[in-house]
Design a protein around this ligand. Structure first.
Ligand code: ZN
Length: 503
């Protein structure tokens, strides 16, 4: 196949752009920039002036969770109970349950939700609607019946009517108890949701993802999709650090798998989050989930078993403790060539920024968090704003900077991340160029998944994992960047979104 009459942005410094690209089988063929006449009657695709780039990677996504949520009825912004019920009534039905989220009844003029309202809208199956703050459930009678009275737990609230019957509202621990016990999503439904989610991801140019959900059961779900030929992205799967003993016992280590699905890294947490004020800060505030010494132990044990570690660190103290642990354990992991990562790296003490590059620890950041967390950061971190979302400082110090969405926290949309990094950062000195942001989306994540020699740039011999954009992001005015659209996506030489011709 030859893609011609467009702009090929290879992201390879040796030959940054070309006018055509040849693809043979699942790889980019020799002769980027020249027509490959040796190929027998190749398919010629007219790009019509569009741009081709390496496909996008989302380096931090809770994919099964995000995929399942995509099928929920969305109740955000409902001004009344009637409006919420109307959305529920009109929703497509998938699987055994009707699920939804996002309602907030504080200002509803027509009263609190009850199971009777929901029974009328969903008479045929259990229904569970999660509130916007994730602290309450609104259930119908069919859902309540599944619990068989198993509702009361310490720390929970079950709202009851005058007769003592549950009204369908559960709060706090009762809500979680119900959800985890009686409303578990069956594997079949997860697989369906993930198949649908992969299509959405492909539409947004995604060809690879580093899955941060990390439950081991997800591997089996991905495998089913792969067997059904529906795994249309490369998956680098995480696993909880606590599972290391089991993984070691059966001899599983990072890198095992197929070209599409591989075991990746162990995940653990140093601290909480900015929004809930549980980020571990140098001023002494926040929550310590894992100490520096504990992380050092985890990193050493993981390294000996052949696993790199991805550690969640939001606060400046959490990041320092993580860097310290990687530094002290360097003798074990560095000789093994392990590629360690800190997830988020959201607030850094200025003197810690250069340590990422010095140690060779990647910063796995979320470009979209910079604009969307602006008001929270200004409110909770007024004295440490100089260290927040230090994308440019990290890059200039030589660190590997990879971007992920953290979906479902943000939308799974790598291009939105690029736009956020180039235009949306309130610290203007930390904004990136289009080339730098795209590097974090296309190239840097492949270093973390050890496949930088087979993909990530459009160079002969590499996998033909690419995205077609409606215009060349390197030549448009900055103000036009938010309008750039993904036209088509290819994984290993096969179109996985919108095959040509395009009009
Ligand atoms: Zn996350």
């Amino acid at each position: 196949m030859i893609l011609e009459n467009g702009v090929i942005r290879t992201l390879d410094p040796a030959l940054p752009s070309a006018r055509s690209l040849a693809i043979a089988g699942d790889r980019i063929a020799g002769g980027v920039g020249v027509h490959e006449t040796a190929l027998a009657s190749p398919d010629v695709v007219d790009l019509g002036g569009r741009a081709v780039l390496p496909g996008f990677t989302d380096a931090h996504v809770h994919f099964p969770t995000w995929a399942a949520v995509q099928r929920d009825v969305k109740l955000e912004g409902c001004a009344s109970k009637a409006e919420a019920l109307d959305r529920v009534r009109r929703a497509e039905r998938h699987g055994r349950w009707l699920r939804g989220h996002g309602w907030r009844d504080a200002d509803w003029p027509d009263g609190n939700p009850t199971r009777h309202d929901l029974d009328e809208a969903v008479p045929d199956r259990p229904a569970m609607l999660v509130s916007k703050d994730y602290h309450a459930l609104w259930l119908n009678s069919a859902a309540l019946a599944l619990a068989g009275g198993d509702l009361e737990v310490p720390g929970g609230v079950v709202v009851r009517d005058e007769a003592g019957e549950p009204t369908g509202l559960l709060y706090e621990e009762s809500a979680w108890h119900f959800k985890n016990r009686h409303a578990v999503i069956p594997a079949d439904e997860y697989v369906e949701a993930m198949r649908h989610g992969l299509r959405l991801a492909n539409e947004r140019g995604v060809v690879a993802l580093h899955d941060k959900d990390g439950w081991l059961g997800a591997v089996g779900l991905w495998e089913r999709l792969e067997q059904q030929q529906s795994l249309t992205a490369r998956v680098w799967q995480s696993a909880p650090a606590e599972t290391l003993p089991q993984l070691r016992e059966v001899g599983l280590r990072s890198g095992l798998g197929s070209p599409l699905l591989r075991l990746g890294y162990l995940k653990t947490f140093m601290d909480g989050t900015l929004g809930s004020q549980t980020a571990w800060m140098l001023d002494g505030s926040g929550v310590v989930i894992t100490s520096s010494d504990q992380l050092e132990e985890i990193v050493r044990a993981a390294a000996e078993a052949g696993w790199p570690v991805g550690v969640h660190a939001i606060g400046d103290a959490a990041n320092r403790a993580a860097l310290d642990a990687f530094e002290r354990s360097r003798d074990v992991w560095e000789p093994r060539g392990l590629r360690q990562r800190i997830e988020h790296a959201q607030c850094l003490a200025p003197e810690d920024v250069a340590r990422f590059a010095e140690l060779g620890v990647a910063a796995s950041v979320q470009f979209s968090h910079a604009p969307s967390d602006e008001h929270l950061a200004k409110r909770f971190w007024p004295d440490t704003l100089d260290g927040a979302y230090s994308f440019r400082s990290l890059l200039e110090s030589g660190a590997v900077l990879a971007n992920g969405s953290d979906a479902p926290v943000e939308e799974l949309d790598p291009w939105a991340g690029v736009v956020a990094a180039v235009l949306g950062h309130w610290r203007e000195d930390q904004r990136l160029t289009v080339a730098e942001a795209l590097h974090a989306v296309c190239v840097a994540p492949t270093w973390l998944s050890y496949d930088e020699r087979v993909r990530g740039t459009l160079v002969p011999g590499r996998y033909a994992d690419l995205v077609v954009l409606d215009r060349d992001p390197f030549s448009v005015e900055p103000g036009e960047l938010p309008d750039v659209r993904v036209v088509a996506t290819m994984l290993a030489g096969r179109w996985v979104h919108n095959p040509p011709p395009w009009d």
